[in-house]
Design a protein around this ligand. Structure first.
Ligand code: ADP
Ligand code: MG
Length: 584
């Protein structure tokens, strides 16, 4: 990722995260209160053991016998209510923060420059938006729950134990570090294994993905045995890691219990010494043991809280580094309603951010209003890059691009882009109906008649008509699949509908067969008539009528002229022409 955030320390990240919690402080306080109530009921539960045993079973006090069951019900009512408000309150805050973060990330994403997208895969960005946000919210909520509720619970129970018997408590406390050490060791191991499992799961997914996306390649290269072998390897590794986890899990539970029982045995031994027996009742003793056991679970969670926090912090870092990306530069202030369409490139040089050297060198040309300028040249010679610069997808390194005599950087970005419609080789259709896709980008309502008219002119109507629901047919996922040529015709219809003064056709007919292209040629010619057109053509027959043909080679303009003059010249263009017509 480019220009990522200057180092954010964990405390910076906490503080930033806290800002997202701030609007919900009231609910947050209520949740904390509920947590404190919950912690108190835990101690209450342990404390109840004393009257239960001493009062009911030993002394058979009728008052206690009557009250205890009732007290138990009340205690659990309070506990349940507190639990509900804690979970609901924290969950509510977490979901709100997730929603807010996603909103911010989406808004940031949509304003980022093209260079940012060049350097990140959609998978990376999606996982930030989908997983990292969840991770931040759940990890921090869990951590908060543990830090507040479990700490309070431990304090309460410990206080009760000390109240019952200070001496025994002291002995117990000495076993805590030993248990703590084992728990720590085991959870570190868990963490390492979990990470390995995640990685190997990623490998499994990765290979699946490749095979699914590249199913045609796998078939044509007959590489099924190779892929199966590759898959077996990662699949096997995943199983091994899983088994390690299962083994650790299976051994850790009894181990911790054993240590706990050791502590317990010491307590029982000490408590049954004659001197002790006098000082402690059965009820106190059982209550003490209960409290001791009840401490274990929150204690275990508390030892894990740091790794939870770390996971949350790592995710927060990933999110904030996206939010901190500089949005697309838009310093232009000149509004532009409808341009004339006079385009001038003056000594334009350009290089992508990747240090691969200049892609465009000293490009100058002039497209007068209404003219058609064609670009030809080998793939990789910079044609797509050149026309993209007009829409300021990237900032040029040096030189000027003028629209109607004014530097394009002076215009408001949206206004500038509004002057152009692009039809590319790779047509992107959006989820929705055919009609939605043709009117895409139109703010105002477009009547069906106009859509059909555009579709007819783009020779798209012929196939749209035959679709199950015509214009209302859904495209793509869960809808009909369109061929490359059909997609291009939809894109041409889209361009026909917009009355932008500049038209950019980047191999717009490359996916069409010659027959279909001939049909569309007429549509394109009407489309080009009232506009300035920059056309990149794969087939030279498409551009013979262009006002000017520019021949590109390795980022430079090597030849300029009309079809006739270039043929007479007998150089690059004539050579390309000869090759192409020889082929057919
Ligand atoms: P053409 O359209 O003539 O085939 P392009 O403009 O697509 O050529 O590419 C020109 C050069 O720029 C190529 O060397 C290509 O590898 C490089 N290039 C194209 N797009 C990018 C990008 N987004 N990031 C980095 N380099 C790119
Ligand atoms: Mg190209």
């Amino acid at each position: 990722m480019n220009q990522s955030t200057p180092e954010m320390t964990p405390s910076d990240l906490y503080r930033r995260l806290l800002k997202y919690v701030k609007p919900y402080w009231l609910v947050f306080s209520a949740a904390i209160f509920a947590m404190a109530v919950f912690a108190a009921t835990e101690t209450g539960l342990a404390a109840m053991m004393k009257p239960l045993l001493d009062g009911s079973f030993i002394e058979r006090d009728p008052q206690t016998i009557k009250l205890l069951p009732l007290g138990l019900i009340v205690l659990f009512l309070i506990r349940g209510t507190a639990n509900f408000f804690t979970a609901y309150g924290l969950g509510w805050i977490a979901r709100n923060i997730i929603k807010n973060l996603r909103e911010e990330m989406f808004e940031s994403l949509i304003t980022l420059p093209s260079s940012f997208y060049d350097q990140s895969t959609s998978g990376q960005l999606m996982s930030k938006l989908l997983y990292d946000v969840e991770q931040v919210a759940t990890a921090t909520t869990d951590a908060i729950l543990t830090i507040i509720r479990d700490t309070l619970t431990i304090i309460g129970l410990l206080a009760w134990m000390i109240y019952l018997n200070g001496m025994l408590s002291l002995i117990i406390l000495t076993t805590v570090p030993i248990i703590g050490y084992f728990v720590y060791k085991i959870s570190t191991r868990f963490r390492n294994i979990s990470k390995n499992i995640q990685d190997s799961m990623g490998d499994v997914g990765h290979i699946c993905n490749e095979v699914i996306d590249g199913h045609r390649e796998v078939k044509t290269f007959g590489s099924q045995p190779y892929e199966i072998k590759r898959f077996d390897k990662v699949n096997q590794k995943n199983r091994q890691q899983r088994m390690k986890k299962i083994a650790t899990e299976a051994i850790s539970q009894p181990l911790i219990q054993l240590i706990a029982v050791l502590g317990l045995s010491v307590v029982i031994y000490l408590a049954t010494l004659p001197e002790m027996l006098e000082a402690i009742t059965v009820g106190s003793f059982i209550s003490f043991i209960t409290a001791m056991f009840m401490i274990l679970t929150p204690l275990k969670r508390l030892t894990k809280v740091n790794s939870k926090l770390q996971a949350g912090i790592a995710a927060a870092h990933s999110i904030f580094s996206l939010l901190d990306q500089t949005p697309e530069l838009d310093t232009g202030i000149k509004p532009l309603d409808h341009a004339q369409g006079d385009i001038k490139y003056q000594r334009v040089n350009f290089q992508y951010n990747n240090n691969n050297g200049p892609v465009l060198k000293d490009i100058s040309f002039h497209a007068k209003t209404g003219q058609t300028i064609a670009f030809v040249g080998q793939s990789g010679s910079g044609k797509t890059t050149l026309v993209g610069l007009l829409a300021r997808f990237y900032q040029i390194t040096s030189g000027n691009i003028l629209l109607d005599g004014i530097d394009i950087n002076e215009f408001k970005l949206n206004d500038l882009r509004h002057q152009m419609s692009f039809v590319n080789q790779q047509v992107v259709l959006f989820k929705g109906t055919v009609a939605d896709n043709i009117v895409y980008g139109h703010q105002e309502h477009v009547s069906n008649e106009r859509i059909i008219e555009a579709a007819k002119s783009a020779h798209a109507w012929e196939f749209i008509e035959k679709l199950p629901q015509g214009l209302a047919t859904h495209i793509g996922q869960n809808g009909v699949l369109l061929s490359g040529g059909q997609r291009q015709r939809i894109a041409i219809a889209r361009a026909l509908l917009s009355n932008a003064p500049i038209l950019v056709l980047d191999e717009a007919t490359a996916s069409l067969d010659t027959e279909a292209e001939r049909h569309i040629q007429a549509a394109l010619e009407t489309l080009m008539k009232q506009r300035t057109t920059l056309v990149i053509a794969h087939r030279l027959s498409t551009i013979e009528k262009a006002d000017k043909i520019i021949v590109m080679h390795q980022g430079k303009i090597v030849e300029t002229g009309t079809h006739a003059s270039l043929i007479t010249n007998g150089q690059h263009y004539a050579e390309l022409h000869r090759l192409q017509f020889h082929e057919k």
